[in-house]
Design a protein around this ligand. Structure first.
Ligand code: KG4
Ligand code: ZN
Length: 352
């Protein structure tokens, strides 16, 4: 079965063609980062309008790249939630109308299920069951995964998502949006040990997370350094201090995930950990978790960096699995800005 995947839940237009026999045939991505940068975050209405402009040309491009004609498409998968409602509606209405005109089935995919299954696109994919750490701009969750759609939430963030914390710290340090990759780059120049930040909620049992206290700690440290240095223009600190703060923040986030993921592996008795979502592209997070799983005689899996952040390939893959199991959209068009992952039904038993 050959499936066209469409992702438009936030500020990236992603499309891909996935073939159940031959694997991923091609993918294209258009990022709206430059459009939103001057606002310091995603402007929903601008995002929807840009998806309208970009999705169809991108579909044409990915079909050419995949050496596929529209008539060779057997099904269409689009992101149905969670995400920005206007942005979701663009992909959903386009996917649905294309499906109707081609007379092929369509299916709405859960964005986080897409992220969660992205490591399946790699050469040595994980086998069920496994523990998944989902870390994106909107979600931070530890999930026990027994199969597609068989998700048990083990713990999640009580406040900010990890990516959101990276982005806010980026803003504090004067970096452009999105801050995550930029904080990571700046941290490479940081001095280990100059600052030590708390590892939130690690000294008590449980698998919940909280990043807002850590964010406040960063803000206070920065303010103390500004007061101490009083150099250059008002309110600024030298570049080395910024790098040292970025390092300490990233280190605190990584160590928090190492502690909680070890706990989740021990608690479930499982031996495979996958990490997915934008923050799983973070190299120090990957290295920290790799060292931990080796000690736990377990294995770590993740997607290549371009499939960690939003993309069409993960939606094409997840949708293909559900379409193969016989799931299809009904007549109504539903998108869900909020949609708990644990409410999904096991593959083949549609909850649509
Ligand atoms: O999964 P994603 O592309 O979109 C959502 O579903 O939210 O994740 C985006 C998030 C942003 O907060 C971005 O700053 C963060 O992932 N991110 C990173 C890195 N690359 C992306 N955070 C830390 N280190 C990175 N290398
Ligand atoms: Zn995402």
């Amino acid at each position: 079965m050959r499936v066209l995947g469409i992702e438009t839940s936030c500020d990236e237009t992603g499309v891909a063609v996935y073939d159940s026999e031959r694997g991923l045939l091609g993918d294209c991505l258009y990022s709206q980062v430059a459009l939103h940068e001057r606002f310091g975050g995603v402007v929903p209405e601008l995002a929807s309008r840009d998806h309208i402009r970009k999705t169809l040309p991108l579909i044409q491009e990915v079909l050419e790249k995949s050496d596929t004609t529209l008539q060779q498409i057997d099904g269409i998968a689009y992101t149905a939630g969670p995400g920005l409602i206007g942005a979701l509606l663009v992909g959903a209405s386009l996917g649905r109308s294309l499906g109707m005109s081609l007379d092929v089935p369509t299916v709405g995919v859960h964005h986080m299920e897409g992220h969660l299954l992205a490591p399946m696109l790699e050469d040595n994919p994980p086998e069920f069951p496994f523990v998944a750490l989902l870390v994106s701009g909107g979600h931070t969750q530890l999930v026990r995964v027994d199969g597609i759609g068989r998700y048990e939430l083990l713990g999640e963030s009580l406040d900010d998502a990890a990516g959101e914390a990276f982005d806010k710290v980026g803003k504090m340090l004067g970096l452009a949006y999105p801050g995550g990759p930029r904080v990571a780059k700046l941290a490479e120049l940081g001095t280990p040990g100059r600052f030590t930040f708390p590892r939130p909620m690690t000294n008590r049992p449980g698998l919940e997370f909280s990043f807002s206290g850590l964010k406040t700690f960063v803000r206070n440290t920065l303010a103390e350094e500004v007061a101490k240095q009083e150099v250059g223009k008002a309110g600024s600190v030298d570049e080395q201090t910024k790098a040292d703060i970025a390092f300490a923040f990233e280190d605190a986030v990584v160590q928090t995930f190492v502690i909680k993921c070890r706990r989740a592996l021990q608690q479930t008795g499982l031996k495979s950990l996958i990490i997915a979502g934008g923050v799983s592209a973070n190299l120090r997070l990957r290295a920290g978790l790799q060292a931990m799983v080796e000690k736990e005689k377990s294995k770590l899996f993740y997607a290549k960096p371009r499939f960690c952040t939003d993309n069409g390939a993960m939606i094409a893959y997840a949708g293909c699995q559900r379409l193969l199991a016989g799931e299809r959209d009904g007549l109504e068009l539903n998108v869900r800005p909020r949609w708990p992952l644990s409410s999904l039904s096991p593959i083949g038993q549609s909850a649509q």
